[in-house]
Design a protein around this ligand. Structure first.
Ligand code: TIU
Length: 226
């Protein structure tokens, strides 16, 4: 077991039973002309976490530990998208409509691809999810169980929407969850800060939040002493 400095107290992970989950680092949310932009958000804040997220992915790749990439994505016929989701918000372009990067939030479209710097490699799990949470209609829980995964490290966007929903769903399914602070972002700085406080409140009611450098140091330190 490896102990990582975190809030509200040290997080203990089990090597071999730990996977990284990178939530929705797709062009739709991170680049101008995507869904995030259509909803009226300034997407530039999200671009800034790409280097730290790449470094986090690198820690897992170096060890051959499982990596899951998710995309918020709907089928081309939108049969997996509730009409309520399409109606919601005051988007200039709605889900399924044509934007500068193709049809918004539709699988296979240019905007639905994970940003180039974080592109999945062969052997990594890529999940298209129709909801904000990563378990609804994806079969991911069964895949993680088949791999014997008990611990999940989280990154991605946005902190208070798809990351928080996925982390709460994972917590309810019994996973021990750690969110890496530098590898997640929101369009609203105050929402990121509040989400972090919600996760660690009440003794870690949803899980733990830690820093990339502390995870790196803990993993490297454990290998030195092994
Ligand atoms: N709008 C917003 O903050 N997020 C989403 O719609 N999806 C994700 O968080 N991925």
């Amino acid at each position: 077991m490896i102990s990582v400095k975190a809030r509200p107290y040290d997080y203990t992970l089990d090597p071999g039973k730990t996977a990284l989950v990178v939530i929705d680092m797709q062009r739709d949310f991170i680049e101008p002309g995507g869904f995030g932009d259509a909803l009226g958000n300034d997407v530039s804040r999200l671009l800034a976490i790409i280097p730290d997220t790449a470094a986090l992915i690198g820690l897992f790749r170096a060890r051959g530990w499982p990596i899951v990439h998710t995309r918020e994505a709907h089928r081309a016929d939108l049969s997996d998208c509730p009409p309520s989701k399409i109606r919601r918000g005051s988007a200039s372009v709605r889900i399924g409509e044509e934007g500068p990067m193709g049809r918004l939030l539709v699988t296979g479209e240019p905007g639905n691809q994970i940003v180039a710097d974080l592109a999945p490699k062969d052997g990594e799990i890529v999940i298209d999810k129709p909801g904000k949470g990563m378990f609804w209609a994806t079969g991911l829980h069964e895949r993680l169980q088949d791999l014997g995964i008990t611990h999940l490290v989280f990154a991605g966007v946005t902190t208070e929407v798809c990351v928080q929903t996925s982390m709460r769903e994972a917590n309810d399914r019994g996973y021990e969850c750690l969110l890496i602070e530098e590898a997640t972002e929101s369009y609203f700085s105050e929402f990121k800060a509040s989400t972090i406080e919600m996760i660690v409140a009440q003794g870690g009611i949803v899980g733990w939040v830690g820093k990339l450098g502390d995870l790196d140091a803990a993993l490297a330190g454990a290998e030195e002493t092994a």
